[in-house]
Design a protein around this ligand. Structure first.
Ligand SMILES: Nc1ncnc2c1ncn2[C@@H]1O[C@H](COP(=O)(O)OP(=O)(O)OP(=O)(O)O)[C@@H](O)[C@H]1O
Length: 406
């Protein structure tokens, strides 16, 4: 507590002379001034020290944030003991003893998958491997899509059948002629044009299991995961032969190399290299065919288009009027359509739309009939549906300029 003026003890007796009082007071004043000076110096030092600590704290907080954000490695907890957790890193299988915070410890047990940072500290617990696989891989024993469900892609379908179906159904033919069937088939074109549909249809036709994985899912946030998922993908395919492996959005793992050297890019590269090596070592691939799809053909790294890899390129464009008419008919097969509906006219009026857009119009037309309490879908319903979807996509396009709906 600070002294108040009343607390100050006077440095003289009442009996002292004026002169003595003055001298005593002067002496005390000078002592106090010295002490004050000393305190001020100490305060300044403390302030400087405080600033230094403040800066250090900021640096460490920044570092901490960066460590949590930077690419993380995957590991499995082997055991928990008094000193922390023994973890085994995926990829290099190295074991390490690392500290874990008390809160995190409660959430961990041997076998748990965790994300660790550069200094191997556990940052968080992850979903189990099986969950990740199930999330990124779609396995369908026999897709319920046939060639009759694909409209307006006769030429593309012919090529897909020749390159995927024929080698599976009649491998001897290629042996007799003495050529290798194309390894992988790449479908490229705008979104919603039927690429996935064709891949499913060919899987059904060949009684093959359809295994789909999206490139964007493969490029996981975690180092080592992408390449491992590619290995898993091909293992699942081998376990389910005959199989059609469909890799959607392949551009996510096979884009032209960028100049930046971030760990994220390195991870994408590693995932792509794993895919290439799986494809290259696939001579004895048996009954597994690979189809990839992309909306960004221009972005692809040419390495994946080399002979023996995705060497059959099939463009899948938006349908022309004739194609749109067929797609209208396919998606209204089970609908109660009024006699006045003219699909040729609707097709002529829906320039530049994709197959997915045409399908959306048919569903929306049905909704108009339901809202109006009718059981039959009329030409007017289709027209209203088209207008509604155009308006919706105009609104979306102005919010997000990269997407358009002509
Ligand atoms: N040619 C088509 N014939 C019939 N239906 C189609 C056609 N194209 C698209 N569709 C409809 O649109 C849906 C989406 O199409 P699909 O998933 O095959 O597109 P995609 O080309 O794989 O698109 P993305 O590049 O966005 O993955 C299909 O399930 C189907 O209902």
């Amino acid at each position: 507590m600070t002294d108040t003026v009343e607390d100050v003890e006077l440095p003289y007796d009442d009996s002292a002379s004026q002169q003595e009082k003055l001298e005593a007071l002067e002496e005390q004043l000078s002592t106090l001034e010295e002490e004050n000076e000393e305190m001020r110096d100490r305060l300044l030092d403390a302030n400087a020290e405080n600033n230094k600590y403040q800066q250090k704290l900021e640096r460490l907080s920044h570092e901490n944030k960066k460590l949590k954000q930077s690419p993380l490695f995957i590991a499995t907890v082997q055991e928990l003991n008094d000193e922390g957790a023994v973890i085994k890193q995926h990829g290099n299988n190295q074991e390490a003893l690392t500290e874990v915070t008390d809160e995190l410890r409660e959430d961990l047990e041997p076998g748990a998958r965790v994300a660790v940072n550069n200094s191997l500290s556990v940052v968080r617990r992850l979903d189990d491997e099986a969950d990740v696989r199930a999330r990124v891989m779609e396995v369908e024993q026999s897709p319920d899509v046939g060639y009759e469900d694909v409209g307006g892609l006769d030429e593309q379908l012919r090529e897909v059948r020749e390159t995927v179906e024929l080698p599976m159904k009649n491998p001897g033919l290629f042996e007799t002629v003495g050529i290798d069937p194309p390894s992988g088939v790449l479908l490229h074109g705008p979104p919603g044009t039927g690429k996935t549909l064709m891949a499913k249809a060919v899987a059904k036709q060949t009684d093959a299991t359809f295994i789909k994985m999206a490139g964007s899912e493969l490029v996981h946030k975690f180092i080592g995961e992408g390449a491992k998922l590619v290995r898993d993908l091909f293992q699942v395919a081998r376990d389910h032969e005959p199989a059609v492996v469909f890799i959607d959005e392949i551009d996510a793992i096979a884009s032209k190399r960028t100049d930046s050297k971030t760990s994220g890019d390195a991870e994408v590269q590693r995932t792509m290299m794993q895919l290439l090596s799986e494809m290259d070592g696939f001579d004895e691939r048996g009954d597994i065919r690979i189809i990839a799809a992309t909306n960004r053909f221009d972005m692809l790294d040419r390495a994946i288009l080399r002979p023996g890899r995705f060497d059959r390129l099939i463009e899948v464009p938006n349908p022309d009027a004739e194609g749109r008419e067929k797609i209208f008919k396919i998606h209204t097969r089970d609908m109660n359509v009024a006699d006045d509906v003219d699909f040729a006219e609707l097709a002529a009026d829906t320039d530049d739309l994709s197959g997915a857009d045409v399908k959306a119009i048919t569903t929306e037309a049905g909704m108009f009939a339901i809202r109006d309490d009718r059981q039959e879908v009329t030409m007017q319903d289709f027209r209203s549906a088209r207008e509604k979807l155009e308006q919706d996509s105009d609104a979306e396009a102005s919010a997000e300029p990269s997407r358009t709906f002509a």
